[in-house]
Design a protein around this ligand. Sequence first.
Ligand SMILES: *Cc1c(COP(=O)(O)O)cnc(C)c1O
Length: 393
Amino acid sequence: MTYNINNKGYYGEFGGAYIPEMLYPNVEELRQNYLKIMAEPSFKEEFDQLLKDYVGRPSPLYFAKRLSEKYNTKIYLKREDLNHTGAHKINNTIGQILMAQRLGKKRIIAETGAGQHGVATATVCALMGMECIVYMGEIDIARQAPNVARMKMLGATVIPALSGSRTLKDATNEAIRDWINNPVDTHYIIGSVVGPHPYPDMVARFQAVVSEEIQWQLQEKEGKTTPDYVVACVGGGSNAAGAYYHYLENTDVKLIAVEAAGKGVHTGESAATSVLGKEGIIHGSKTLLMQTDDGQITEPYSISAGLDYPGVGPMHAHLYKTGRAEFIAITDDQAMNAGLELSQLEGIIPAIESSHAFAVLKEKKFKKDDVVVINLSGRGDKDLQNYIDYFKL
Ligand SMILES: *Cc1c(COP(=O)(O)O)cnc(C)c1O
């Protein structure tokens, strides 16, 4: 049994590239080149240099003393919240912009829901002086005004998706249409471990820097490279994929994937794909997704915009199906309270997405000697209004 991708682009039965004929040349060009390019010494050098000097890596692995005392176990936080732009997403967009340059592309397109991936993409386009077009649902543009302003400030063009429910999936359709019409000069930066092969694998490899660092940081602090548990929230699954990556095949390391239960898994307002999802095809890959009996994608719900996604990437579908990762669903209320607790015990205000991972501490009993690494995927600045409204601060 392997938990990584096979040479056909599948994790077990999930993955592949289910794309329209017209998109085939673009995806195939990427598939044929991505591993070769990533292995070039000059690519590695530039990627590592930018992660260090621009993103601010390595991100610290912080021993959370007061949190550990409260839960009577050893808790380390992987501080992706300290990255430039405030989350892990920049690791992937840096990798993909370098990939686009090596492929000779001049123009970048992306889709965004809450705007976080749009901002991370607009950031690296400004860094490299490349044209940037971000598709975003009209409804999301209205809901996420600060991120729209950030993208514009960074020089990106934000194009509203006016069809369907005018949210993420419609923005994705527009981006795919653009890519079909501009196959030669354009690269499509996907923001998570989703989409047709090779995207899930490429994004996982760019995010793998997270567990690569955890290994040597734990060696320094605990005298061993492996924790007992790695805990991460899952929207599409990229921060989790990065935190798990170097531990996937080592089953001594237990993996916990935290999904958003929204108002409760069975309330109809949830994004807990592992519980509610069925096999199907979304964004060009075969995976688990939330859908009606006749196969229409259902609108997910979570208080956190980054977990509000109707599927999970194929790696996570496989980790669920095989039992390699334990999936836990956390409600809005549980997440918000965990975010407040982390703020007051450690002086760190987490993104609401990351707060979901912390809520696991109340759900699951860890042993005193367990080393538990929680991936703190992002900082809470962007969520302050949500915290204010929820706690009436
Ligand atoms: C986007 C986002 C997520 C969810 O995306 P994944 O691909 O599942 O990691 C989680 N946390 C933060 C802070 C985000 O911005």
